[in-house]
Design a protein. Sequence first.
Length: 194
Amino acid sequence: MNRGVVAAGLTALATLAAVVACSKSSAQSVAATSVDDSPQAVQAPMDPMEAEAWGRAQAGADEDRMRLVDLVGCEGLRERAEVPARRSTAIRAMSFCPDFSELPWLASVATSGHDDEAADALDAIVDQAARPRRPTDAEDGQELFAGCQSLLDLSRSSGQPPARRVVAVRALRMLSERGCVKRADIPSDLDAKN
C-alpha cells in the first residue's frame, strides 16, 4: 500500500478523534455549569413512569421527591432542571441526594438564582449538610470543596441579600465538619448580637 495514502488516512483519523474529544469536553463543561432559563441541550423524552414521578414530586411530599431521586439520580435532576417548569422540583428533590455531586450547581443557584430558587437551593444544601458524616467518594470531594468555596464567597458578599448569606453561613458551619472549609474562615458578622 502507498505510504502517502496510509499517512493521509491516519492524519484524517487523528483529526476526527480530536474534534470528537473536543466537542465532548466542551459540551460536558457547558452542561455542568449552565443555570440558564432556556434548555441548552436536547433532553431525552421521559417515559411514562418518570413523567408520573415528576408530577408526584412537584405536587407531593418529601417521600415523592425521594422516589424521584431514586428513579433519575442527582445528575438526572440537574439535567431535567434545565427546563424552568421542573427546576424548583429538582432543587427541592436534591435535598435527598446521597452525595455532594450537585453541591456546586446548588451553590450557583443559591448565588445567582431567583429568590425562591435560591432559598430552595440553600435549604437543600442545609439538609444535605445536616446528615451524619459518612465516607464520600473521591469524586465527591472535588464537588464538596467547589461547593463550599461558592458558599463561602456567597456568605462574604455584601451584595447578596442577608437572608441568603445567613443560610450559607449555617450550611458552611455544618459542612466545616467535613473539612471543606475552615470554621475560622466563615464570616460571623451576621451572627445575632446580644
